[in-house]
Design a protein around this ligand. Structure first.
Ligand code: GAL
Length: 763
């Protein structure tokens, strides 16, 4: 957090004169930004609003109320922020404020006067404050307003991304004014200078290698646009697994900017797939909404790194689609650093609405600006491989679609000729008739593994990938004694974790795997979604449930079974994972389904040492090709064991699940990343076996700031900041912010006794 982000005043209100310097704001809440005013709750069905469903066949639109569609948090309405700051600008200096994103309809005032604003909550923008500031104390006032019915997921609320106050010379490098391009070993740098007096100035541009050594430098003199070029003899290439970053340092007088970039060549081959630096690579990707689960929309580098990217990397994920909006710029810095490929997506709707008061109302006036600004801001990132102009855009069915598509593609190509344009298509036929298919460079198919071959035959020059796959739903740790549940809906408003249920018109993961394996030209997939997110609780459309079931990881970042399914396909690590739990009291002698997600070909299952038979991956059987399934295993308490076998029947690996006894202990596992500590508390029996039905209340204490305590139960309405929660299938998580040595204490009454465990996370 920079010093400008500290000590703001905030009120959940807006009124006449709130921007005025005379107003006394001392009673307003004192906060730091990034800030999400709604995340603390309370949850309520009254906070959710309506969604529009566009029926492509009937061409009709219905507005209906969908409780939980945005997560049930109080994000709708107005909020006002004020920041008093000292400034002493010299005549040759300028001041500007930069916002990475304000949710939404931001209006910015300085010393009582309107400076400018930005309606789209995901767009970054900068405003020149020079004509508005005075020497001494200044006031910046920012209003934000979220209309009801403007989002299909939890959008967050307020100044939820970083902000900066920049003091520079009157002549300075423009906001997002540096563009670095590479082609082979050649680097070109174009720098735009804001220079009101059009005086000649000198710009120095240095090329710095990954070890921090300057390898070349150039000095150019001019007034507004500066170009320079380097062609080093040898360069190291950026790619997932080896994310080598170079730097351009730009110096103008006292001003110094660092821009990270990488050398990499991308090939999108319609017949052979995607290549980076000549190496074939499949997108093993996920779609991510922007919220950080328990932390809401307020951005946090440590949470993004540890509870998003590092976890995804642990299962072999190498790509992210920023569904369905421009991301936080820090996400892209981290993707550059950690080696993820990124599709930056601009919009979820154009002029035809998916929500009554969403982007459709802004499209006409703002789409060009929002799209250009996203590209100008993000084009230097080596991680970004494509620009997406939209997701399942209703215009794909309508006559005006092609022209709108061509306009948006034109903007992308003009801003960045080096990257292809894509979009997520959910109705490929209509998009062909309508021309959208033709206008985009790389075709993103949403949930269409069955038609890859057909479209490839008809359009052999069209590069194809799955922009959205699976939409499989599950609750972590939830199982019943039957394998197939058609809709996934249950009386307890959970969904079984056997990964056999998915959204309408979506598929289970296996169908997508098969579609790709049968059609190697498909460049890979982006699974919907990496993490459960707030809102969109499919398959519950009428009942109130706060969060989605789509994640490979739950809302707290705890892996669901599916994490091992994707790991078994995406990662080189040997994987052997068994489900369900083995605590089926009352089911003795009855049959329970068992599944194993494994990287091995053959797995044998045992109950208390008795073989239940082996299963060998069989590409001809859909449910036997990517998972090992025993649909009816007689239950008797004890040990459920899976043994991976080689062709000669020799054991290669094994894993067991034991019937747990009564809950007696709390176990804490924790990870630290920067200033954040992430603890997972498990309720276990005396032997350390997870108690899979444990739902006791767990209280957390810490010397750090407890940001959130939650258990990933999509039906929970407990506000995140309260320092306790009922365990969900034996587990819960606590997210604690503390730069120093952190003590975490978990307490619960288990089996009639108070139990307490503590752990220290070193700084
Ligand atoms: C897709 C849509 C996503 C999400 C998903 C849920 O059609 O693009 O935003 O709504 O369905 O299954």
């Amino acid at each position: 957090m920079n010093s400008f982000e500290k000590d703001w005043r905030f009120t959940r209100n807006s009124g006449k004169g709130f921007e005025s310097a005379e107003l006394d704001d001392s009673s307003w809440e004192k906060i730091d930004i990034p800030h999400d005013w709604a995340i603390a709750g309370p949850f309520s069905p009254d906070h959710d609003s309506e969604v529009i469903v566009d029926d492509p066949i009937e061409h009709t639109r219905k507005v209906f109320s969908h409780p939980g569609c945005t997560g049930g948090l109080p994000h709708v309405g107005k909020g006002f922020y004020r920041k008093h700051f000292e400034l002493n600008l010299k005549p040759e200096q300028s001041a500007r404020v930069e916002f990475d994103g304000i949710m939404s309809h931001a209006e910015v005032y300085c010393n009582g006067r309107y400076v400018g604003g930005r309606p789209y909550g995901y767009s970054s923008f900068a405003l020149d404050l020079t004509p508005f500031v005075k020497n001494g104390t200044n006031l910046l006032a920012v209003s934000a307003e979220n209309p009801p019915g403007a989002s299909r997921w939890y959008p967050g609320a307020g100044i939820y991304r970083h902000a900066r106050l920049i003091v520079a010379g009157r002549i300075h490098i423009a906001y997002c004014g540096i563009r670095v391009r590479t082609e082979g070993n050649r680097v070109t740098v174009r720098t735009e200078i804001e220079n009101p007096s059009a005086r000649k100035v000198v710009l120095t541009t240095r090329l710095i290698d990954p070890d921090g050594n300057e390898i070349a430098s150039c000095q150019t003199s001019g007034d507004r646009l500066f170009h320079c070029e380097f062609i080093p003899d040898e360069v190291r290439r950026w790619q997932p697994g080896n994310p080598v970053l170079y730097k351009i340092v730009s110096i103008l007088g006292d001003e110094r900017h660092e821009t990270g970039f990488g050398f990499r060549d991308l090939t999108f081959d319609s017949r052979k797939g995607f290549f980076i630096n000549g190496i074939p690579m499949k997108f093993q990707g996920v779609c991510l909404h922007h919220d950080l689960g328990l932390a809401g929309a307020a951005v946090d580098r440590d949470i993004t790194r540890q509870r998003r990217l590092n976890q995804l990397a642990s299962i072999g994920c190498n790509a992210i689609r920023t569904a369905h909006n421009p991301p936080d710029p820090e996400l892209l810095d981290l993707c550059d650093e950690l080696g993820f490929l990124v599709i930056c997506e601009a919009f979820d709707e154009w002029k035809r609405p998916k929500t009554p008061r969403g982007y459709n109302l802004l499209f006409e006036e703002w789409s060009e600006r929002d799209l250009r600004d996203m590209i100008r801001r993000d084009a230097n990132h080596p991680s970004v491989i494509m620009w997406s102009i939209g997701n399942e855009i209703p215009e794909q069915y309508y006559p005006e679609g092609p022209e709108m598509t061509r306009r948006l593609c034109g903007i992308c190509h003009e801003e960045d000729p080096s990257r292809p344009v894509t979009a997520g298509l959910n109705n490929v036929d209509d998009s062909i008739t309508g021309g959208l298919f033709d206008a985009i460079d790389v075709k993103g198919f949403n949930y269409k593994p069955y038609i890859y071959a057909r479209y490839h035959a008809a359009f052999p020059d069209a590069p194809i990938y799955s922009s959205e796959s699976a939409s499989t739903v599950s609750s972590r740790g939830e199982y019943s004694d039957r394998l197939f549940e058609e809709s996934g809906r249950k009386d307890n408003l959970q969904v079984d974790s056997f990964d056999l249920c998915c959204a309408d018109s979506a598929t289970i993961p296996d169908h997508e795997f098969k579609g790709q394996d049968d059609n190697p030209f498909v460049m890979g997939e982006f699974v919907w979604t990496g993490f459960d997110y707030l809102g969109e609780p499919t398959p519950y459309h009428r009942e109130w449930v706060r969060s989605s079931f789509f994640g490979i990881f739950d809302l707290c970042g705890i892996p669901k079974d599916r994490a091992w399914l994707y790991r078994s396909r995406w990662s080189k690590q040997p994987t052997l994972h068994l489900m369900p739990h083995w605590n089926w009291q009352g089911f003795e002698g009855k049959e329970i389904p068992v599944q194993c997600y494994s990287s091995f070909k053959t797995v044998e299952l045992f109950v208390n040492g008795i073989s239940m038979g082996s299963r060998t991956r069989n590409p001809k059987k859909l449910l036997g090709a990517y998972r090992h399934v025993w649909s009816r295993v007689p239950y008797s308490p004890g040990e459920l064991k899976a043994v991976a076998l080689d062709e000669k029947g020799k054991a290669l690996a094994e894993t067991s699940v034991f019937t747990a006894g009564a809950p007696e202990q709390l176990q804490i596992d924790c990870e630290r990343c920067g200033n954040m500590v992430f603890a997972v508390v498990s309720v276990t029996d005396r032997n350390g076996n997870l108690c899979p039905h444990a739902s006791e209340r767990i209280d957390i204490e810490s010397n750090g700031k407890i940001l959130a305590v939650d258990a990933g139960d999509p039906g929970s309405a407990k506000p995140f900041p309260l320092p306790y929660v009922n365990a969900f299938h034996g587990k819960c998580a606590a997210w604690i912010r503390n730069p120093g040595k952190t003590l975490i204490l978990a307490k619960a009454v288990l089996n009639g006794k108070t139990v307490q465990t503590e752990i220290t996370a070193e700084a």
